[in-house]
Design a protein around this ligand. Structure first.
Ligand code: ATP
Length: 307
């Protein structure tokens, strides 16, 4: 098992009587890209700010690279890079000049560092172009470059793809995938739109009103969201036999309680029900199941609300 880079235990943040984060449990293994998903105001930023020490927890524990005491935590935070709010860059400076300014301010050694960070986010070719002429996607990538200057082992990104157009989202996603593959950087990325993180996150944590609802791997989530026709039948063996005889090599699985999930023939549900009924199977219900990622999330937090 890979070592956990980050663990949160009962992490809580209270503002007056308002619980912004309520006993959050979370664990991120080395090399994972963890998608923290929640609607606006769910508590994502507050969690990230507590990890980066921009906010002091009311209760609970943060274990970062195995360290949990305040002194140790301060030391290991040097191994993290974060993009929480859009950093303020100088409009009349180029990408390189802006990064150089921050490098010197933060005391990061090495003149090559800024250029390397620009290379990693695909901004190496922007030359003298001033920041004020950058597109939103370029600005976000420069923010990411800033977070990468210390070559962090853990990258914390708060809604970095918020507001980007589809092309910008793909570009940003590819940069993160490269970082994950080439540098084995562990990444925590938050979003209020779950599909933005698909093809990127290897694990998801869902948060609503300060409460972590579920932590699930991307693979398990894909399985859960797979479209199927769910059949509740009297005699499972007989039903399965009929389906195989009539539909050929159809993909299905049998669940406890007389349930069959059929993953093929979804365009013709009436044919399926007809096969079963005419074959003498007691069909109690037939329901289209499986949702897209966004539906899954919205259903989990109570349905009906939109981000
Ligand atoms: P968003 O994407 O809108 O930033 P979020 O999931 O990051 O959403 P947070 O910013 O963490 O949510 O906010 C969680 C809750 O805590 C919200 O109800 C917010 O109003 C509240 N909150 C955040 N910061 C403060 C603060 N400094 N003082 C009081 N309440 C706060």
């Amino acid at each position: 098992m890979a070592e956990n880079v980050l663990e949160l235990h009962g992490l809580t943040k209270r503002y007056g009587s308002h619980l912004a984060v309520d006993g959050a449990e979370l664990s991120i293994a080395q090399g994972q890209i963890y998608g923290l998903v929640g609607l606006n105001g769910a508590g994502k930023t507050t969690i990230i700010r507590m990890i980066t020490a921009q906010s002091i927890p009311t209760a609970g524990e943060i274990v970062l690279f195995g360290a949990s005491s305040p002194r140790e935590l301060n030391a290991v935070r040097a191994r993290t890079g974060a993009m929480v709010e859009t950093p303020s860059f100088y409009p009349y400076l180029s990408a390189l000049e802006n990064l150089e300014y921050y490098r010197l301010q933060r005391g990061i050694p090495g003149r090559h560092v800024a250029a390397e960070a620009l290379e990693a986010v695909g901004l190496a070719g922007t030359g003298k172009k001033k920041f004020k002429h950058f597109s939103l996607g370029m600005k976000q990538r420069l923010g990411l470059a800033l977070a990468l200057m210390n070559r962090p082992d853990l990258l914390l990104l708060d809604e970095p793809i918020n507001g980007l157009d589809p092309e910008g989202i793909v570009e940003f996603r590819n940069i993160l995938l490269d970082l994950s593959r080439q540098r084995e950087t562990t990444i925590l990325i938050s979003s209020h739109i779950l599909p933005e993180l698909s093809n990127l996150a290897s694990c998801y944590g869902f948060i609503d009103k300060g409460v972590m609802l579920e932590q699930i791997t991307a693979q398990a989530l894909r399985e859960k969201c797979r479209a199927c026709l769910e059949l509740q039948v009297g005699d499972v063996s007989k039903a399965a036999l009929l389906l195989e005889q009539e539909l050929g090599s159809v993909d299905y699985e049998v669940l406890p309680g007389g349930v069959i999930r059929l993953y093929g023939a979804l365009d013709h549900p009436e044919r399926v029900t007809q096969i079963l009924v005419q074959g003498g199977v007691c069909l109690r219900s037939a329901e289209n199941k499986g949702a897209n990622l966004e539906d899954y999330f919205l259903t989990m937090i109570g349905g009906g609300r939109h981000a």
